[in-house]
Design a protein around this ligand. Structure first.
Ligand code: BGP
Length: 473
């Protein structure tokens, strides 16, 4: 549908940017921090750095937040490293770690920026992982206690809370993200039991948030990639429905409706991976009510009816954003209508709007975009600036679609692209950059870690100042 006129962005729209602790902070063992699963990860792809120093944000907090203030960000979405607060996950609290996030939050607020906190972004305390991770009731209890510490410490300063970043990726790419060390069917059974544990932990954290902080808003933050059928063949549409259910709605239905999506449950039963559900679990899940749904969007996925053999699987490399295929469930297909970025991820701004509409139709909850962005091999120009016009183009085309989603009637709270500052990619090292702020280091040469604003940060500043009216720069 075309609109003769588009609405303006709301005045209180949260124009922001995102990071996560283990990808940006560095200082991996400083001031009493315990190891997380990311710190002990051994399977770094060849030629990529580990997470020990990252962008060294831990030692550059004031400088980094001042730059975010210069850009005019209205919101900063970042995560808290559980292992700084409780180094072994469920033991003693660490005063130095707690103090660090007070400093960060105070600096953010002093710049007039609204903090949005992710409680858990891929960095489970290693000590808890060694005891079975989220399949162990002790981890669920430890997370609820961790959440209570965060509410106690930061609750008077922070209004927006996110429970778990991309729970669906933690399950679907569990080996890569350190969720499981098992293989094959055993890994799948373990992962879906851990998935159930995360749902319970999330539900209890949401319930406690509402009890302790009546003014606060809390929601989940899955990665949502709307799934298209490869054609209008009815069998392709069924495959797209199935994969939408397993990849996306399983997570959002549980968070928003407190129940397992029935298609996704049928899939789990068919595979023999359905989790054990203890008495009382479903009551806890049903009692938790999010105030909004946050989601990370990078691209859509396209699938066809499965052939039931290896041809269902993706032929070339895979990562968390590429459709992968599953024998007998759905066939991975490239979308011929979409260009790809340098890392093979499809680029689909219109699919962003479709994703908004689907989420809004299903839940009628406000939506907050907590990630979206373009990974690229940025180069510093001779003038000392990164001229990332390709990133401006990507962001511009996605923001245009938010405006259309607003016209469609969707309630959008804000947009926090990935990432505020250069940081380490989940599995492609420091060379795959996303930031508005450049950090001068290479994959292994730390150089001086100097910060400088990229061209996209000046463009984004204008977008924010004009409330989305000046997208062309
Ligand atoms: C999401 C994660 C982020 C971030 C982003 C970009 O899946 O929540 O942590 O890394 O993707 O992905 P990548 O770093 O693989 O390019």
């Amino acid at each position: 549908m075309h609109y003769a006129q588009l609405p303006a962005f709301p005045e209180d729209f949260l124009w922001g940017a995102s990071t996560s602790a283990y990808q940006v902070e560095g200082a991996w063992d400083a001031d009493g921090k315990g190891p997380s699963v990311q710190d002990v990860r051994t399977h770094f792809p060849e030629g990529t750095t580990d997470f020990k120093v990252a962008a060294d944000h831990y030692h550059h907090v004031e400088e980094d937040v001042a730059l975010m203030g210069e850009i005019g960000l209205k919101a900063y979405r970042f995560s808290i490293a559980w292992t700084r607060i409780v180094p072994d996950g469920d033991g003693e609290e660490n005063a130095a770690g707690i103090a660090f996030y007070h400093r960060l939050i105070d600096a953010v607020i002093a710049q007039g920026i609204t903090p949005i906190i992710t409680m858990y972004h891929f960095d489970l305390p290693q000590a808890l992982a060694e005891r079975g991770g989220w399949a162990n009731q002790a981890t669920i209890d430890a997370f609820v206690r961790f959440a209570e510490i965060l509410y106690r410490e930061y609750g008077s300063k922070v209004r927006y809370w996110l429970t778990i970043n991309e729970q669906n990726m933690l399950i679907m790419y569990g080996k890569m993200l350190g969720t499981t060390t098992l293989e094959g069917d055993a890994a799948q059974r373990d992962l879906y039991q851990q998935n159930h544990g995360m749902f319970l932990a999330q539900a209890r954290a949401m319930i406690r948030c509402h009890e302790l902080l009546p003014e606060a808003k809390i929601g989940p933050a899955p990665n949502v990639a709307y799934v298209y059928p490869a054609s209008c063949a009815p069998e392709d549409v069924v495959a797209a429905d199935d994969w939408n259910a397993v990849r996306n709605w399983l997570y959002t239905d549980l968070a928003a409706r407190g129940e397992y999506n029935s298609l996704a449950w049928a899939y789990l039963v068919e595979k023999g991976w359905a989790p054990a559900i203890a008495e009382g679990d479903m009551e806890i899940l049903a009692a938790a009510k999010p105030d909004f749904i946050a989601f990370n969007y990078y691209a859509t996925q396209t699938v066809a009816a499965p052939s039931g053999d290896a041809s269902d699987l993706r032929a070339r490399g895979e990562d968390q954003q590429m459709v992968r295929g599953e024998v007998g469930v759905y066939k991975a297909v490239d979308n011929p209508n979409l260009p790809k970025n340098a890392f093979g991820w499809e680029i689909d701004p219109v699919g962003f709007r479709t994703t908004f509409r689907a989420l809004w139709d299903r839940y009628r909850l406000p939506l907050l975009v907590t990630e979206n962005g373009l990974g690229a091999f940025d180069e510093l120009g001779e003038d000392g600036m990164v001229h990332d016009d390709y990133r401006i183009d990507y962001l511009q085309r996605h923001i245009e679609q938010i405006r259309l989603a607003l016209a469609d009637g969707v309630d959008v709270l804000g947009y926090c692209p990935w990432s505020a500052i250069d940081l380490i990619s989940t599995h492609q090292g420091f060379s795959k950059r996303y930031g508005f702020i450049h950090v001068d280091r290479d994959e292994f040469d730390l150089k001086d870690l100097a910060r400088s604003r990229k061209k996209s940060s000046y463009w984004y500043q204008e977008v924010i100042e004009s409330r989305g009216a000046r997208l062309d720069g």
